[in-house]
Design a protein around this ligand. Structure first.
Ligand SMILES: [Zn+2]
Length: 99
């Protein structure tokens, strides 16, 4: 028995390219990095971050060996994980963002 949705998902996985967290913002075309993070509410979410690190960034982006990227919020004066760079959410700098 073949479930239509299931076979489609399997086909997709078979031809899946290596996971790439990098993308382009649909609004302004800037290079962004998609990362998973946990909201203050404890809810898991995904958001685009600026590709270039910024001094005022509050998130440490870390890449797992499998290429998966996740962001950890670092409070002011907090410890930054080794090898991480401060980044900010792209929403903050996106010129195309609607308010
Ligand atoms: Zn943008």
């Amino acid at each position: 028995m073949t479930i239509k949705g299931q076979s489609a998902a399997e086909g997709k996985a078979k031809h899946a390219t290596p996971y790439s967290p990098e993308g382009l913002c649909k609004r302004c075309g800037a290079k962004v990095v998609w990362a998973s993070y946990v909201k203050r509410t404890g809810e898991k979410s995904r958001a685009p971050f600026d590709f270039d690190p910024v001094e005022k960034g509050a998130y440490a982006l870390m890449k797992t060996p499998s290429g998966y990227v996740y962001a950890t919020f670092v409070p002011k004066g907090g410890d930054w994980p080794p090898g991480s760079l401060p980044r900010q959410m792209h929403f903050k700098s996106c010129p195309g963002a609607t308010k």
